[in-house]
Design a protein around this ligand. Sequence first.
Ligand code: SAM
Length: 192
Amino acid sequence: MQHYLLPDWFSGNIANFLEIKSRLPQRKRVLEIGSFEGRSSCWLLQNFLETDGTLVCLDTFQGSPEHTEIELSGLFDRWQNNVQSVRLPNQTCVAHVGKSYQGLAHVITQNETFDFIYVDGSHTAPDVLADACMTWGLLRVGGIVLFDDYQWPDTMGALNCPKPAVNAFAQIYADHGKVIISNYQLAIQKLS
Ligand SMILES: C[S@@+](CC[C@H](N)C(=O)[O-])C[C@H]1O[C@@H](n2cnc3c(N)ncnc32)[C@H](O)[C@@H]1O
């Protein structure tokens, strides 16, 4: 049984995930940056990933600077228990614990590719830009990358929100990717 102690930042975005699902006939390999207690990981396992698919999760499991008000102990254990409680026998779910650029560097060296990549880790612009650029080569042509919190308010300045990074990335790859969702989140489908 799934067990969560902390706020649900996931359920409000399910419509975007369903839209992406409808555009992706193949959903065998999914990469998630930012897994927290496992709400999005579990939803992906139960509703999105194929029954013999693989979900790779990258997270420090230490929380983010905006999580100062919440108790973060036990995050990794809760994530692990939650995904184990829903994972189908032929599904694979692995975590690389550490900063996303470290996990991405590892995944890149394994020559892995993904059908869908969810970017919901650090929300600083430099980290989001690094995550975006490192994931692009991992995404198969036709695959989709989704950025969470695209519309996060920039009350802490441009360095501390995802939007400038996502906009720069979308502009750089404008000839190779198409923006297919732009609301609180932003999704790009890789064309070439
Ligand atoms: C908003 S939460 C993810 C929520 C999750 N996707 C969900 O919907 O339930 C952000 C996560 O990113 C992780 N994180 C923050 N900075 C990170 C970094 N530089 N590398 C990897 N993970 C990071 C935090 O530990 C936290 O679990």
